[in-house]
Design a protein around this ligand. Structure first.
Ligand code: PYC
Length: 321
């Protein structure tokens, strides 16, 4: 019987499951190397922790690791229902709140290693955190793709710790009641973008007017495994901030309030860098602990490793049934 200790939280509605004990030994190398080992040798662990029957498609896992550089507070590898992701803004806020809950992170500034770089977190109190993200930038502005059933869709490709395609002009209503259609639309957009561009875009964002006039914009973000982000998406908001900065629409230090499809809000700001067009975004949000638990994975359980699409291939559907 494998026992895995986890702490669950949600950041603006988006859940994070931090593995605090019982995770695999990935060595002590840089986080990029450890993430590679995790992907290549421990995919069943990933699936066991976040997929059904112990988790769900929306859950983001965070494997807490010793930092490579002892000056940093921790290392983390984020993962979801289909694989690992580079950075995760809501997940970093959830991780900081989890460490505070455990008594191992005092209020103040701390540095956390991720596979795509070191991020800084400021723990303001038991719930509020600012994440200073990795360097973010727009790679392509106003590029168009032909999308099945939708016609031409224009957007920006930007990096905010993950790759995003950001769409401002569309005719979709960004409401929770519309999630099924928004998922289908963004999934088709993603397929078209992946067929046309070399950047491995795995998140698609639609933007629209906010419901709350205190905010600047509302978004819908489709994540790599076809779940939508219940929060405004920290890396997605970082990509948006980089595009706003590149368009001269956001000055260093100005606040951008990004509302999610569920109404939760992240506050974003940018700092310019030595690299033209690139920014360091900061994202502020709140998280709450939802569970302290031990996951049990019984060796005799046929679903010990969770339900993975690849583990249960569907038979080919033919015209004869
Ligand atoms: O907050 O960066 C984020 C994120 C990525 C995927 C889900 N949430």
């Amino acid at each position: 019987m494998q026992r895995i200790s986890v702490i669950d939280s949600h950041t603006g509605g988006e859940p994070t499951r931090v593995v605090i004990a019982g995770g695999p030994d990935l060595g002590t190398g840089p986080l990029t190397e450890r993430a590679k080992v995790f992907r290549e040798r421990f995919d069943t662990f990933r699936s066991c922790v976040v997929n059904e029957p112990r988790g769900s498609d929306v859950l983001v896992g965070a494997l807490l690791c010793e930092p490579h550089d002892p000056a940093n507070a921790a290392g983390v590898i984020f993962f979801n229902n289909v694989g690992t992701i580079g950075m995760c803004g809501h997940g970093t806020i959830g991780l900081a709140i989890t460490l505070a809950h455990l008594g191992s992170m005092p209020p103040g500034l701390h540095r956390i290693e991720t596979p795509v770089g070191v991020v800084a977190v400021t723990l303001h109190d038991a719930h509020r955190v600012t994440v200073k993200n990795v360097l973010s930038y727009r790679q392509h502005a106003n590029v168009s793709v032909e999308v099945e059933g939708l016609g031409r869709v224009t957007g920006d490709i930007a990096w905010g710790g993950n790759w995003f395609f950001l769409v401002k002009e569309h005719s979709e209503e960004l409401r929770v009641a519309n999630v099924e259609r928004l998922t289908e639309v963004t999934w088709r957009i993603r397929r078209a973008v992946n067929a046309a561009f070399s950047e491995p875009v795995d998140h698609v964002e639609l933007f629209g007017p906010p419901v709350d006039a205190a905010n600047h914009s509302r978004n819908f973000v489709l994540c790599p495994g076809k779940a939508y982000d219940r929060s405004p998406c920290g890396t997605g908001t970082s990509a948006k901030l980089a595009c706003l900065f590149a368009d001269g629409k956001l000055k260093p230090g100005e606040v951008w309030r990004q509302e999610s499809i569920t109404g939760s809000v992240f506050e974003g700001r940018v700092e310019p860098t030595g690299t033209p067009g690139a920014v360091i975004p900061s994202i502020t949000g709140t998280a709450y602990i939802t569970a302290e638990a031990t996951l049990l994975a019984d060796d005799g359980d046929p679903l010990k490793d969770g339900i993975r699409a690849s583990a249960y291939p569907s038979p080919a559907i033919t015209s004869s049934g």
